[in-house]
Design a protein around this ligand. Structure first.
Ligand code: MSP
Length: 649
């Protein structure tokens, strides 16, 4: 059985940030781990280059679309090369071979009767490249995923009969409980499918930057929907429909994705594959969303964390370690330099680095760096047993991508090493003439470090190679088998001293997020989830602190102007007096419940410190409080008139 791992293919509309790096690090780690075990492994990454979003970004940048895509795709590839990501193939959806494969697949689904021609009318979010039914839109207009304005699209389209796969998908989820990882995300997918699947529009006529239709269909005003095109990369990379030499690698062992694109991978993709009579991937693993200092990262906020900036300052492997150690897989994670520095100083420098330094120092003094495992079992049987208990049980965490649990457990063996040194105090033993015993402790620790380094290798390849070099062995499948599976101890070797591997860090090494963002740097338990985030269990109770409540500025406002927003079904544009001298413009989705006239000169309660946002291109600098139930919406107003700007709370 082979292990084929994939990252999502990245959109070429902007530079990579640490969210993208995280997906790639995890996949790289899994591929390296699989190779370490000696299994046939293939690792695919690449870029997703078609669709309206890319076309528009290129236009904004004033560049021909292909050139724009070439440049950004190269940025991704160079970044992964700098990070020594061990991919076997980097696919681009503008590659000719990929396009041919997509056309082949489309034709096959069409011939099977799974694709038919019809007309589409719907609400499209260009940013998410997704259609949404009216019922899912916020205020009838805004994208439920990203909040941006959707556009109404009416066009001829080919449809994939997704509805025909509803039951087959449900049966499949039922029969394959570990298809979706973490398993906690499974129900979300099942419920979505149970809610009913609409046929999926899989072509567009409103733009041309996409894979053209198969020639046989003679319908060149259509191009393929970007998600159909993109998902198929996982098989076109193996030559699907053309030179199928690599198709034996299919099905994928795991597609690693972010939770935002789980639906595409766990619903659409299996349905497409069923239609093509191809086996389904073994797992879809969905990770959480990264924020910075508790805030969603975005270019406009200027708080994006760029992987290269961080790795130049802190080291690429330290970053890999931090990201995979800090966050339970599937949950959202926060990038804060404080947390990162703590991990470097405590886990890496203290627990691991010092342990290595200690045996380098001791072996230098007591045995001219010679380390011999001959007496380890005699003096340290208990520690060996304790260590194997951990090492024998740690790998199971990687089967479910529980990277943080894996690393947490693995670190316990360093504690065994450190404790053994304290308890056996080799320096006293040497003074007492019991040099054998002292050297056995040094050798025990060398073995602890060697075995742990092999398992840590997929996370920190270079660092662990340096440790292995110091300890006179090489990390490969052979040493994995002998040190971990056969539980052999290291052969006699001479330590090659090395300087500190993890210099301590005292101060943040990159500029902090802009000031406005820093207010959001709150203690962990009070961090607010981003809009898309799913609250971890302990936060689910939804309790906030006193301080957090008062982070929201609520004021009484008087509406002094009100008018309808042209072409909008729900929006009213209001000018509100908040006692600030200038009026505040607020756009509110309340037209179904209030006319502009009746709002004039009435008072409302306003969230006054919301970051301004644009709704249908109109700036809105605040939000009205309203109550909503089955019977509709009503504004929350002060019981008696108050001065404009009176504070609430
Ligand atoms: N092109 C599609 C994927 C098609 S796969 C057939 C896409 N591209 S993306 O560039 O927008 O995102 C790629 C990956 O980066 C996704 O897994 C997404 O979850 C991840 N991340 C992007 N921003 C992120 C964070 N802030 N945090 C964590 N990961 C996030 O979607």
């Amino acid at each position: 059985m082979s292990n084929y791992y994939t990252t999502p293919i990245y959109y070429v509309n902007g530079e990579a940030h640490i969210g993208h790096a995280y997906t790639t690090f995890i996949t790289d780690m899994l591929a390296r781990y699989s190779r370490l075990k000696g299994e046939e492994t293939y690792f695919l990454t690449g870029t997703d280059e078609h669709g309206q979003k890319i076309e528009e970004s290129a236009l904004k940048a004033g560049k021909p679309t292909q050139q724009f895509a070439d440049e950004i795709s190269a940025l991704f590839k160079n970044l992964w090369d700098e990070f020594e990501i061990s991919y076997d193939q980097f696919i681009r959806t503008t590659d000719e071979a990929h396009k041919k494969g997509v056309q082949y697949a489309f034709k096959k689904m069409f011939d099977k009767g799974d694709i038919y021609k019809g007309e589409y009318e719907g609400n499209y979010c260009v940013s998410c490249e997704t259609f949404f039914p009216e019922s899912q839109l916020i205020d009838g207009e805004f994208c439920p995923d990203c909040g941006r304005t959707t556009t109404t699209v009416k066009e001829e389209s080919y449809f994939f009969k997704l509805s025909a796969y509803e039951q087959k998908l449900l049966d499949f989820y039922e029969a394959t409980p570990d298809f979706i990882l973490p398993k906690s995300r499974r129900n979300e997918v099942i419920n979505f499918v149970k809610g009913g699947l609409h046929d999926l529009s899989v072509t567009r006529t409103s733009f041309s930057w996409g894979v053209p239709m198969p020639k046989e269909l003679n319908d060149d005003k259509h191009v393929m929907y970007v998600w159909l095109d993109a998902l198929l990369n996982y098989v076109t990379a193996l030559g699907y429909g053309q030179d199928e030499a690599k198709m034996h690698l299919w099905p994928a062992q795991m597609h690693v994705v972010g939770k935002d694109i789980l639906r595409f991978h766990a619903i659409y993709w299996p349905a497409f594959l069923m239609s093509l009579d191809l086996p389904l991937p073994r797992h879809i693993a969905a990770h959480g969303w990264w924020t910075r200092d508790g805030e969603k990262m975005s270019k406009s906020k200027g708080n994006v964390v760029f992987p290269k900036e961080v790795s130049d300052a802190y080291g690429a492997e330290n970053l890999r370690y931090f990201m995979m150690r800090e966050v339970p897989f599937g949950q959202d994670g926060d990038f804060s330099q404080r947390a990162f520095i703590d991990r470097i100083n405590s886990d890496l420098s203290n627990d691991l680095g010092n342990l290595l330094n200690r045996i380098i120092g001791m072996s230098g003094k007591y045995s001219d760096f010679l380390v011999d495992s001959v007496d380890v079992e005699k003096y340290h049987a208990a520690e060996l047993e304790e260590m194997y208990e951990i090492l024998d049980n740690v790998e199971k965490f990687l089967d479910e991508v529980q990277t943080h649990r894996f690393l947490e457990e693995l670190w316990k063996v360093f504690t065994i090493g450190n404790r053994a040194i304290e308890a056996h105090a080799p320096w006293t033993k040497v003074k007492e003439g019991k040099t054998d015993e002292a050297l056995a402790t040094v050798a025990l620790v060398a073995n602890v470090l060697a075995k742990a380094s092999v398992l840590l290798h997929p996370f920190m390849p270079k660092t662990t190679n340096t440790i292995a070099d110091t300890l006179g062995f090489t990390i490969d499948t052979e040493s994995y088998n002998s040190l971990l599976k056969e539980k052999k101890l290291l052969a006699t070797f001479t330590i090659k001293p090395v300087g500190p591997l993890f210099p301590r860090v005292d101060e943040p090494l990159i500029p902090e997020a802009p000031k406005a963002m820093m207010e959001a740097e709150k203690p962990k338990e009070s961090k607010k989830e981003s809009k898309k985030a799913e609250a971890p269990k302990e936060e689910a109770a939804g309790l906030i602190t006193f301080d957090e409540f008062f982070n929201t500025t609520l004021k009484v406002g008087t509406i002094v102007e009100a008018e309808e927003v042209p072409k909008s079904k729900k929006l009213l544009k209001l000018q509100v007096d908040l006692g600030e001298g200038e009026l505040r413009q607020i756009v509110a989705g309340i037209k179904d419940y209030y006319s502009a006239e009746e709002l004039l000169n009435t008072q409302v309660c306003v969230v006054a410190n919301l970051k301004p946002a644009k709704l249908m291109g109109i700036l809105s600098a605040g939000m009205l409080l309203a109550a909503k139930d089955d019977e509709g919406l009503c504004l929350v107003r002060p019981e008696k008139p108050r001065k404009a700007g009176a504070s609430i709370g």
